[in-house]
Structures are given as C-alpha cells and as structure tokens.
Design a protein around this ligand. Structure first.
Ligand SMILES: [Zn+2]
Length: 426
C-alpha cells in the first residue's frame, strides 16, 4: 500500500455534472446512446490545483516551445505536460531529479504531467510520427508488422518491455514498466502515466487482444513499482499515477481495459491509443461509463475545437494538445471565426490584432501586419507571439466550457463557439 500521508496530497472532487446542470431540451441530454458524462471538478496536487475540464498545454522537452513559463501562467495555463521519452534521452532524468523535479527545473510552479514515453518510444521507433504500428518480431498477421517505407524498425516490443533506438544518436535503450516508473519518479511530475503498449487501427483484432493483455500486466507492474518508489522517496512530493486505457476501436476491449485498470490502485486514468475523429466521442464515452467516477480522466493528445467539446461532454476532465504551438510556428492562428494564416499576403498591411475580442498579450500589443512581417523576416518572435495567442485561445475556450457546464448553459455555449468557428467550412 502507498503511504497514506503522501497520497492525501493528491485528490479529485467532482463539482457539477453536465447531465444535471444542462437544460433538458430536444433530447440533447442523450449523446451516443446515453446521458452526457461531462462534469466539472478540481484536481489537487502538491503544486496546486487544476479546475476541470482543463486544457493542459504541452512542453515536450520541459519548455513550451518559444514561450516563457511566466507567459503560460499569465495566459491561464493551469498545468503543463512534458514527455518522459525526450527528457530521459536529453538531459537525463538524474538532472531533473537533482534540480528538484520537472517544475523546479523549468521554472514552472504549477502542476505538471509527464506521459509515459510509450507513445514516442513506439512511434519514433517505428519510423512513423503519426501513424504508429508495431508488433513483436514473431507477429506476421497482415498489418501488424508495418513500418514507414524506407525506414528501419527502431522499436521492438516483447512481453517484458520495449527495446528502442534513440532518434537523437542511434543508441539502443530499453523501457520496461519498472524503468518507466523509475524515470518518471526522477522526472518528478505531479501526474505520471503507466507504461503501455500503443497499437493502431491497422493492427488485427488478435494483435489488439494480445497487446491489451500485455498492457494490463504492465499496469500491475507499474502500480507495484510506483508503490515501492513512493515509499523509497517519501521525502519527495507525492506523484500520482494514471493507468492508460487502450483497446483501439473495439468496445469490448475498451470496456474490459477500463474494468481491469479501474480495479487497480491508480489515482486517475489516461485514455490513449488511436482514435478516429468520428468515433472519438463514442470511445471516450465507453471508457468513462466504466471508469470509477471519483478519479480524474485525461484524454491523451487531441487538437481540434470540435474534438475538445466532444471529449469533455463525454467525461474527459483534462486533455493535452501540441497543436496550438505547432501550428503557431507555421503562422496559423486560431480565431472565433476559424483558423487563418497570418503570414499570408493579405495581412501585410492589416493593422488589426489577430482577434479584437482576445485578451491575450499578443492581441493587446501587436497587429496582424507586424506578425506577418515577423514571419516574412523569419524572426523568432513570430513563434512566441502566435503561440501565446493560440494557447490563450484554447485555454479560454475550455474555461468557458467549464463555466457553462456549471451554470447550465453548456449547449448554448458549445453551439455558439463551434457554429462560428466552422461557419466558413462546407
Ligand atoms: Zn490573442
């Protein structure tokens, strides 16, 4: 068992349930075959609280690219998520441990997350960045042994763990559930994720079953190693561990994974794996119908505004997303009437802010013409200013959803935001 005193530093309390606060009109309280599961709440960590639903910006290598942590706090980010795989390779978990953990190392005083590294181990290792496919050496079913054309497989899964080749220098490394826990404890984030195997929609049903069983056994090993490390490092702030739900697009596998992991000693859960946009709400809903209601649920890696609303009304409490800064660096900015590219020629002389209704630092001080100029001149400030705006846009949108869930106006809010955002699309 985990030391009780330490564990009491982490908690979650549900405040409002969407199904109770929203006005029942036109059957809207039914989604994907049942009542909406959205809720508001508060996650408590040793480094502060997170009011949910919350968007968690991504700082992969212990930095939100091009943005100061002070700016992230100012724009309303409540927590940041970094990547265990990248920090393990560079600078190494020992450096973060000596610095007092991820938050202290990167000068961020609020709550932090690290993902388990499994996604990067397997996706970078298979040569794909987005479409991930991996298997044991022995697997031969069609679709189970794909790698990106022209790339050599750089990750191999076995029942004990994953052997992978560093994308930085070609060194060979190995992650097991125990090693992932040891690395994440040294990285020192408030919320960590169990080491899981990630599959893709292309894997066969048989492979998904084998993989899910492997992830279940790895989850048990993560819980055991986490308990051992928590005791061994009792002088450190408590780090919460979330189990990761896989199962691809199969309802029975997703529900089984939730029941299996829901019965384990996890502080919360991550919903992972390949999710097709059209099935996102349905899959999140299957999971959240099964998962314990008193623990927080994190949806790993989504991006578009409509996906965000789908996730949170189906019961996701937090979610991370790399898109706001990734697209910002290419000049794409979010606005209430849809995304546009500020580096396009038509903004060369436009002296309006990105969005006159936005309360961010960038919109308060800079024009589209100035941003256009920075992109054309290849000035680095371009990424900083557009990233600040995009992060603020998503934070503010989700803050609005949380407030609307609490006061019973969620569906009006959602329809207004999405109606405007997608109005220009056919
Ligand atoms: Zn702005």
């Amino acid at each position: 068992m985990l030391p009780a005193a330490a564990r009491s530093d982490f908690g979650f309390a549900v405040e409002h349930r969407l199904a109770e606060t929203a006005t029942i009109a036109g059957g809207r309280l039914e989604a994907n075959g049942g009542p909406f599961l959205g809720r508001t709440g508060t996650i408590t960590t040793p480094h502060g609280t997170i009011r949910t639903p919350a968007f968690v910006p991504v700082g992969t290598a212990a930095t939100v690219k091009a943005v100061l942590p002070e700016s992230m706090a100012e724009l309303g980010a409540q927590a940041l998520l970094a990547n265990a795989y990248h920090l393990y390779l560079q600078p190494g978990a020992d450096v973060l441990d000596a610095a007092g953990g991820l938050g202290a190392f990167m000068n961020w005083s609020g709550p932090t997350f690290t993902d388990s590294g499994g996604f990067q181990v397997m996706s970078l290792g298979s040569g794909f960045r987005k479409v991930i496919d991996m298997s044991t050496v022995a697997a031969s079913a069609a679709g189970d042994d794909d790698v990106a054309t022209g790339k050599e497989r750089m990750a191999r899964v076995d029942d004990d763990g994953v052997t992978f080749t560093s994308h930085i220098n070609g060194d060979v490394h190995r992650f097991t559930p125990e090693i992932s826990m040891q690395v994440q404890h040294r990285l020192g984030a408030d919320i960590m994720f169990a080491f899981d195997e990630l599959t893709t929609l292309h894997n066969s049903r048989g492979y998904q079953e084998t993989s899910l069983e492997r992830t279940r056994r790895w989850a048990l090993r993560c819980v055991a190693e986490h308990a051992r490390l928590t005791e061994e490092r009792a002088d450190r702030p408590y780090q919460a561990l979330f189990g990761v739900i896989q199962g691809a697009q199969y309802e029975d596998l997703r529900r089984k994974a939730c029941r299996d992991l829901g019965a384990m000693d996890f502080d919360g859960f991550g919903i992972g794996g390949a999710l097709e946009k059209e099935n996102l709400g349905t899959i999140v809903r299957w999971c959240n119908e099964e998962l314990p209601e008193d623990r927080p649920r994190h949806l790993l890696g989504i991006s578009e505004p409509d996906d965000i609303f789908t996730a949170l009304e189906n019961g996701a409490d937090t979610f991370d997303c790399v898109s706001p800064t990734r697209v910002a660096r290419t000049g794409a900015v979010y606005a209430p009437d849809g995304r546009f590219t500020v580096s396009n020629a038509r903004f060369r002389t436009d002296l309006a802010p990105i969005d006159s209704g936005c309360d961010c630092y960038t919109c308060a001080h800079y024009t589209r013409a100035y941003l256009h100029h920075l992109f054309k001149a290849k000035e680095r400030l371009s990424a900083t200013l557009t990233s600040i705006h995009n992060e603020r846009f998503v934070v503010r949108m989700v803050d609005g959803a949380r407030e609307a869930m609490a006061d019973g106006t969620y569906f009006e809010y959602r329809d207004e935001v999405l109606g405007r955002y997608y109005a220009g699309r056919s």
